[in-house]
Design a protein around this ligand. Structure first.
Ligand SMILES: [Cu+2]
Length: 151
């Protein structure tokens, strides 16, 4: 339900700023499969945590889902979501087993929202470095992307 809300927001945003809307629609018509864009990750010292972000667009008419993520740059790689902890009014984060990718829609992984948690990175990730991340989907084939580290 949360992911549907995110998508609805994206649509609303697109509609509220005229020119954007056409390019978004065009993108959805032109694309194929599942595409990942705008990937980046935060710098981290060896042994610490980093987080990776990107946009995933499912151009297909069938649903898909991100069901797992792997990388040799961290001891543990998890799909996380941020949420507001009601008791304390603070933000927390927790692992989610998968993220639905509705047909012809874009899901945004971003700070304060969905993200890929890289726990105990195996080497220092400095601004300008890159590493590989492999994403597994329920329908489409796995994809390995190059993720740049930046501030
Ligand atoms: Cu996290």
């Amino acid at each position: 339900m949360k992911y549907f809300a995110l998508f609805a927001f994206t649509l609303l945003f697109a509609i509220s700023c005229g020119g954007e809307r056409e390019s978004v629609q065009e993108q959805v018509i032109d694309g194929e499969g599942v595409q990942i864009e705008g990937a980046w990750a935060r710098p981290a010292s060896e042994g610490r945590m980093s987080a990776a972000y990107f946009l995933i667009t499912n151009f297909e008419e069938t649903e898909d889902a991100l069901v797992g993520v792997e990388s040799d740059v961290a001891q543990l790689v998890e799909i996380h979501e941020s949420y507001e902890r009601e008791e304390e009014g603070m933000m927390g984060m927790r692992e989610v087993p998968e993220v639905e990718l509705p047909s012809e829609s874009t899901i945004r992984f971003q700070q304060g929202g969905l993200h890929i948690m890289l726990i105990q990175v195996t080497r220092t990730l400095a601004d300008g470095d890159t590493f590989e991340l492999t994403l597994h989907f329920s329908n489409s084939e796995s994809q390995t992307i190059e993720v740049p580290v930046r501030l």
